[in-house]
Write a protein that binds this ligand. Structure first.
Ligand code: ADP
Ligand code: MG
Length: 152
């Protein structure tokens, strides 16, 4: 699935739709450069789940937990992680394989512990289309079709 947006608000709306439709138990990876809109997308997801608390980039914490929505929401930002062992320390598997949904910014940093089955959300700029243009590509991974592109 490919979406094109021309503002942060439009990107938030796509996230919101995903949040509204999500079932528990899913892992979603968010890939793309700094400032591309990963957190913006995540804010929409939170709204779609019925979370009122504002969602920001958890810059100094790897994980932010939101329990007030329809299903538990786990927002990871693993940008600063140096070893996947740091994920062990926070007990990541309880979240990855639990009943809530996980959104992981910079998931390419933790390739070895990502569940094979997850949904990849890649956000890209195309500068010739304008400063606020984003292409958002959502693909299911690990269903047997994209074996070699798990995090690529
Ligand atoms: P990241 O988490 O990927 O580092 P953020 O979501 O924190 O990025 O920041 C993205 C910035 O880009 C925000 O200030 C947002 O308003 C702006 N922006 C402009 N156009 C878009 C767009 N089409 N989609 C998402 N964000 C956009
Ligand atoms: Mg961010």
């Amino acid at each position: 699935m490919v979406f094109e947006t021309w503002s942060g608000e439009e990107t938030r709306k796509i996230g919101e739709k995903i949040g509204r439709e999500a079932n528990g138990g899913g892992v979603y990876t968010l890939l793309g450069d700094l400032g591309v809109g990963k957190t913006t997308f995540t804010q929409g997801v939170a709204v779609g789940l019925g979370i009122k608390e504002p969602v920001n980039s958890p810059t100094f914490t790897i994980l932010q937990v939101y329990e007030e929505g329809r299903i538990p929401f786990y927002h990871f930002d693993v940008y600063r992680i140096e070893e996947e062992e740091e994920m062990e320390e926070i007990g990541y598997d309880e979240y990855f394989y639990g009943d809530g949904i996980c959104f992981i910014e910079w998931a390419n940093q933790i390739p070895n512990i990502l569940p094979k089955k997850h949904t990849q959300i890649r956000i890209e700029k195309e500068i010739e289309k304008g400063y606020d243009y984003r292409k958002i590509t959502i693909t299911k991974q690990g269903d047997g079709k994209n074996e070699n592109s798990c995090i690529g």
